[in-house]
Design a protein around this ligand. Structure first.
Ligand SMILES: Cc1cc2nc3c(=O)[nH]c(=O)nc-3n(C[C@H](O)[C@H](O)[C@H](O)COP(=O)(O)OP(=O)(O)OC[C@H]3O[C@@H](n4cnc5c(N)ncnc54)[C@H](O)[C@@H]3O)c2cc1C
Length: 529
């Protein structure tokens, strides 16, 4: 799979290509130094009108799905992928002893997730890691009478209701709104009032951004769903999606970094995609249509340009939709020192001084600890720690963090420094607190926030003031365009998730097939229809 295909490679069955002067007015406008892959003569023009060619930018799950559907409907498909692998934000690292997902690891919304169907079909080992978690504060394990989490759930319900019944109400940060909610709540205890906004922060580890940035209006609070951990590796889903494409090595072209897209709404002229290949050579490939599947953050950073510029509604939609950053840090130890009975350990940082005083709480000791300004202590952040021992038998914990901490940890180079930062959390998770922590074997952090191909983040997030529906409306306005968009950010259903991204690939392909006049026929177990 990890091969790189060059524009002049013999596997394409073509000799090195030169700019077309036949079907493409576009090619004539482009720099003659750039090699062009297009239909160079009349015969090919006739052929082209029968067989549509689509360039898919990005070989993540959405790009692969779009490409496989177009391919199965007789289109010529080329997938340009800048990395030396497929899968994008699905990245499974495998060693002899373990499987580790650095990107997506769970199938969410299992009752509505069509990809779940593939788990038994492909015999992928799995685990529903949604057994009762343990909750921790700085004082240790919270007992079963710790109701802050229930108040947080109540706040999430209130939030949904509030914006449904007050559609014109101003958007506010989740943090601010949660604090107001508990202050006005007459039926909760002072401790619950103090701790509930901290418990709300658990959502940070879902949405990948801090509650002081997240939008209340668009709060995605999907903590109650079932989640299936892909113990056998998420790459199995990627490989299944790509199976029909990898049979022909000319389709997926790794190491092909796209810089610019030339397109025409009317489709009379070919679209052109400029890229550099793995050897650094600049080239152009033309097609009847383009499917863009790069992450939202790639557009935010203007890493790809469009000529003409993208329609204004698409541009506005992109600008009113944010991108977050979930981080994962894998710690392997010589021994298991944490509870073997629980799937996850959820830590809530102590309430802030300011909030504690205003709510006259009884949790003085906790609050004073966080007010010490210990920025270098993980216990000032909400975390969800995954018990990988229970799932895979490895003596590992995976700590999940959200931005802005993610950026900071992912920038750290020294494992020792990273470990020191997280050590207070591990001390808290010990089932035998009098014993020293066992030896650390290895540390691995994610690096998505440093990765331009991931758009310097992990997935889209609704921040205060965002209006993600604008982008959805814009996509709908342009559903007949030869320039289609797919990816996790192109849906409100399962937004940010693998299955959401997968379906957007289907939708983009379906849109193009309709434009080409090719009837869409769903043919596999996970199709839309
Ligand atoms: C840390 C992390 C944890 C996650 N956890 C979960 C989870 O548990 N469950 C879940 O459902 N989802 C999860 N997600 C989200 C999920 O991984 C994504 O929603 C999904 O994989 C996105 O697929 P995509 O096709 O939209 O984008 P990508 O997978 O990002 O595909 C886009 C492709 O475009 C390529 N590209 C970018 N720029 C260029 C360029 N200029 N030229 C050519 N190619 C380019 C990229 O290399 C990439 O391969 C997680 C993501 C991360 C990062």
């Amino acid at each position: 799979m990890a091969q790189s295909f060059h524009i002049t490679s013999s596997i394409m069955g073509n000799s090195p290509l030169k700019p077309s002067n036949c079907c493409s007015g576009l090619a004539a406008r482009l720099a003659t130094a750039t090699p062009v892959e297009s239909a160079p003569d009349e015969a090919k023009c006739a052929e082209r009108s029968e067989r549509k060619k689509v360039i898919v930018v990005g070989a993540g799950i959405s790009g692969l799905r779009a490409a496989s559907i177009l391919h199965s409907h007789g289109c010529e498909v080329v997938v340009l992928e800048a990395r030396d692998r497929i899968g994008g934000r699905i990245l499974t690292s495998r060693t002899e002893n373990r499987v580790r997902d650095i990107g997506a690891a769970w199938m969410h919304e299992t009752s509505q997730n069509s990809l779940v169907e593939l788990v038994p079909r492909l015999s992928i080992p799995y685990y529903y890691d949604d057994g009762a978690p343990l909750y921790f504060t700085r004082d240790g394990r919270a007992g079963s009478q710790f109701k802050a989490k229930k108040v947080a759930d109540e706040f999430a319900d209130y939030c949904t209701w509030y914006y449904q019944t007050h559609p014109d109400a101003e958007d506010r940060t989740v943090d601010e709104f949660a604090k107001e909610f508990v202050l006005q709540h007459k039926l909760i205890t002072d401790d619950e009032r103090c701790w509930a906004p901290q418990a709300v922060r658990e959502v940070e580890l879902w949405i990948g951004t801090s509650t002081d940035q997240a939008s209340s209006r668009h709060l995605s609070y999907f903590i109650t769903e079932r989640n299936l951990y892909m113990k056998g590796g998420y790459d199995r889903i990627v490989d299944w999606t790509a199976a029909s494409l990898t049979k022909d090595p000319a389709i997926i072209r790794l190491g092909h970094h796209v810089q610019r897209v030339e397109w025409k709404e009317d489709g009379k002229e070919l679209a052109g995609v400029h890229y550099t290949d793995a050897a650094g050579n600049a080239a152009l490939i033309e097609g009847d249509a383009v499917v863009m599947t790069v992450p939202l953050g790639v557009y935010h950073h203007n890493l790809i340009s469009f000529n003409p510029p993208l329609p204004s509604d698409i541009q506005e939609g992109i600008s009113k939709f944010s991108y977050g950053a979930l981080g994962k840090i894998f710690f392997e130890f010589t021994d298991v020192f944490w509870s073997k009975d629980n799937d996850q350990f959820i830590f809530y940082p102590s309430p802030t001084d300011e909030f504690e005083h205003s709510s006259a709480s009884s949790v003085h000791s906790n609050a004073s600890m966080s007010s010490m300004g210990e920025k270098d202590n993980i216990l000032n952040y909400a975390t969800v720690t995954i018990n990988l021992w229970i799932m895979t038998g490895s003596k590992e914990l995976c700590v999940q963090i959200a931005e802005p901490l993610t950026q900071r940890i992912e920038a750290m180079k020294d494992s020792e420094e990273i470990y020191r930062f997280f050590e207070p959390l591990f001390k808290l998770l010990r089932i035998e607190p009098y014993k020293a922590l066992p030896k650390l074997v290895s540390v691995e952090t994610t690096h998505w926030t440093q990765d331009p191909l991931a758009g310097y983040g992990t997935y889209s997030a609704d921040k205060v003031g965002d209006n993600p529906l604008l982008f959805m409306e814009a996509l709908e306005n342009h559903k007949n365009s030869r320039l289609q968009f797919a990816g996790e950010h192109c849906t409100r259903i399962a937004n940010g998730c693998v299955h959401g991204a997968f379906k957007t690939g289907e939708t983009a392909a379906e849109n193009l097939l309709r434009t080409f006049g090719i009837p869409y026929q769903a043919s596999d177990v996970v199709s839309l229809k």
